[in-house]
Design a protein around this ligand. Structure first.
Ligand SMILES: O=C(COP(=O)(O)O)N(O)CCCCO
Ligand code: NA
Ligand SMILES: [Zn+2]
Length: 306
């Protein structure tokens, strides 16, 4: 069934596992997520970004997820990803979202606090959970001095104050990850010590953005279809496994789903120039999506937690 975010993530942080938050834009991605969650008896977040809202329509996606979630046995949270402002959050609340992110992390701290408090008041009034972000997602290239990049990473003491002043339910932090398929050359720098310092001060579930891994098997197959993804790199499994006991309870995955869908489509289209049945073409993408989604639940130890 559709449930509120806080209950799912408090349990995850308490019991030392994480819940993946997968971005959806359409029917097939939503089907892949819910079929695998049901199969593995795993709670799951399905999140809608601004791009998805523009592509598919917020109400369309909300109604699709709400209806499908009502017909599965595992807990499903419908989450607004990177809500840009109060108005967008209100539209999501009106559409029946059960979790919303207000992302005011690019504003000065006082404005972030003000905007976030406003959202917390509105969302909590209707029983919906709130995620906010402190720090800037900024891949740290190996050639950029970490000291210079410090400006982007979340400050542990500031995090403690931010949580106290805003009343949010979970906190997105910056510890070295970045959005997209190019997270710096080689193994991306993840500041585990900083995460431990934040987790010591903040008892709320912590959220990791920019956590796609760009799995080797997926990248190899994509390259074989002629996809130009040679430079793509993601977060290593070991870094995800290390971050979970240190308080990370929600992990955002979009890029790995995009790569999986693209692999299926390219394999059919490039391999069978005579194929023009969208169900065969997008359906193959859905199959690869399910494979990636299965791996994420296993990596985050979400299996069987529903
Ligand atoms: O943190 C993430 C996803 O991170 P990743 O790009 O590593 O999958 N998101 O919030 C998803 C939307 C951002 C654009 O993709
Ligand atoms: Na989010
Ligand atoms: Zn994000």
């Amino acid at each position: 069934p559709l449930v509120v975010g806080k209950e799912v993530l408090d349990k995850a942080r308490r019991e030392g596992y994480a819940v993946p938050s997968f971005n959806t834009n359409n029917l097939e991605i939503t089907q892949a997520i819910l079929e695998v969650a049901e199969e593995l008896k795993a709670p799951v977040f399905i999140q809608v970004s601004d791009g998805a809202r523009k592509y598919a329509g917020m109400e369309n996606l909300a109604n699709l997820v709400k209806d499908m979630a009502s017909r599965v046995r595992v807990p499903v949270v419908l989450h607004l990803d990177h809500g840009a402002d109060f108005a967008m959050v209100m539209q999501a609340l009106r559409a029946g979202f059960t979790s919303v992110m207000i992302d005011a992390s690019h504003h000065p701290l006082e404005e972030n606090v003000r905007e976030t408090r406003k959202v917390v008041e509105a969302a909590h009034a209707v029983g919906v959970s709130v995620e906010a972000e402190l720090g800037r997602l900024q891949g740290i290239e190996d050639n950029v001095q970490v000291s210079e990049a410090e400006a982007f990473l979340t400050d542990p003491e500031e995090a403690e104050r931010f949580v106290a002043e805003t009343g949010i339910d979970y906190l997105a932090i910056a510890i070295g990850t970045s959005h997209g398929a190019y997270k710096g050359k080689g193994r991306p720098y993840i500041d585990h010590r900083r995460l431990q310092e934040i987790a010591r001060r903040v008892s709320l579930p912590l959220v990791l953005h920019g956590a796609s891994g760009v799995p080797a098997w997926l990248k190899e197959k994509l390259l074989a279809t002629g996809a130009e993804v040679k430079e793509a790199t993601g977060i290593h499994d070991e870094d995800i496994q290390k971050a979970i006991p240190n308080g990370i309870a929600k992990i955002n995955i979009d890029t790995d789903l995009r790569l999986a869908m693209t692999l299926g489509i390219r394999e059919v289209v490039v391999g069978n120039p005579r194929e023009f049945d969208p169900r065969k073409i997008i359906g193959k993408g859905r199959d690869y999506l399910k494979q990636v989604i299965r791996e994420k639940f296993q990596l985050m130890r979400t299996v069987g937690r529903a």
